[in-house]
Design a protein around this ligand. Structure first.
Ligand code: DQA
Length: 147
């Protein structure tokens, strides 16, 4: 099993109650349980974390390699559209980072169509609900050497 990290950004702790028409009815706990199951099928041991704080996400990115993780799936939440600090942290990390979004950010407000962090990521998957995360893990599994 290859250890990988999934990071959920601000407001994703409210999944299930927050704008369910956009983000779905599943809770973060349900999503995290699915991530672990999908990971096992792909040979990945998934650790997931959520924070509403930009600096905490940056610290987790910095520490990911030293903690033994081989890659990262990142949903930066709204920080995707404006955080140059988070983008710089992604660029500083020598691990593949796949950015994912539940909603199709390209079909939403103009401000959400600006993706600041995405350019530093290896790839972006957006608009497929929970499937965005499953495909993010599958992309990591394809990119990583088999353990
Ligand atoms: C999101 C999209 C962002 O624009 C928004 O701020 C979020 C969730 C998504 O997963 O669709 O918090 O990243």
């Amino acid at each position: 099993m290859t250890p990988v990290l999934v990071l959920h950004g601000p407001n994703l702790n409210l999944l299930g109650q927050r704008e369910p028409g956009i983000y779905g009815h599943q809770t973060l706990a349900e999503l995290d349980a699915r991530l672990r199951t999908w990971g096992l099928d792909l040979g990945l041991e998934v650790t997931s974390r959520q924070s509403n704080h930009e600096g905490q996400l940056i610290d987790w990115l910095h520490d990911a390699q030293a903690e033994g993780h081989a890659g990262i799936v990142l949903n930066p939440g709204g920080l995707a559209h404006g955080s140059w600090s988070l983008r710089d942290a992604v660029a500083a990390v020598a691990l593949p980072v796949i950015e994912v979004h539940l909603s199709n950010v390209h079909a939403r407000e103009p401000g959400r169509q600006v993706l600041v962090t995405a350019a530093a990521c290896r790839g972006v998957i957006t608009g497929l609900g929970l499937t965005s995360y499953r495909l993010g893990l599958a992309a990591l599994a394809d990119l990583l050497p088999t353990a």
